[in-house]
Ligand binder design. Sequence first.
Ligand code: ADP
Length: 312
Amino acid sequence: MPSDGDRVRLARRVRRLLRVDPGSVDLGAIDPRSTPGFPSRPGKGRKAWSRAEVAQIGNLLSAYQERMYAAARAGTSRRRLLLVLQGTDCSGKDGTVRSVVGALNPLGVQIKAFGAPTPEELAHHFLWRIDRAMPPAGYVGVFNRSHYEDVLVARVRSLVPPEVWRPRYDQINSFEAAAVADGVAVIKVMLHISYEEQGRRLRARLEDPTKRWKFDPADVDDRDRWDEYQAAYADAIARCSTPAAPWYIVPADRKWYRNWATANLLLAHLADLAVDYPAVELDLAAELARLDGAPGKTSEKRPAGRPQRNAR
Ligand code: ADP
């Protein structure tokens, strides 16, 4: 079994393998069934191994998360982390939130799902609602869909004309650069599934009564525009993968790889934040003495209204 140090080293390697360099992106050249960085295991053992590893990585993640949270509470650090999840319908955004983000301490997690903008949101700049949802100091923020919809669905469905969506790439880059400069570690993940796998998952939603609630006929309309979406994704990723806030493409046909890879991206970033527990200034000896007190004295002096421990 790997040590925690091994896990962090491997997580940094996975991050390097999945990171998109600025420039053009050929999504067609990335196999959605591939498993970059996944240690070789016997065929059948991979799923079980991934599940056990994600649980172990989850323990590490929550340990790092607690340091970040504690430092923010003490006012010694404003670092925070934002995980942006994008992907076509059925790519596994919800599943990733459940399996990976679910390993964190919910106390320090802020999850926001972005649907079609409300009339109030439409009255503002497209980044207005995003800015309001950014994680506070010490938190892990998760965006299930994001400002990228404004250059994806908005472009493919012609919700706004090209002269409106084209300048958005630069606006997104400026917005994210400012967030990074202000202490946010931004992890942008595209869950990359194949057309065939999306078809299988949509079919399962229709055939399985426990999944039917997730089926939206509009998803099939979007499937008809698969190529346009892939082109819009490729452009968004190429134009907005910056050194400060790069994109990561996670092959996602295999759920066990998707979860493991995303957990590793979180781990690499949280470890690199290197936030430690705040130093607490206390007269430790005095506080301990106060806590211990002199036996027998405390019960007489206990203020009214504070029940004795074990009192019924
Ligand atoms: P999901 O499909 O992610 O499970 P929903 O059923 O709530 O969640 O769908 C969200 C819908 O909102 C998607 O169809 C998405 O394209 C749409 N949406 C999200 N952001 C925007 C946006 N900025 N402009 C228009 N539509 C958007």
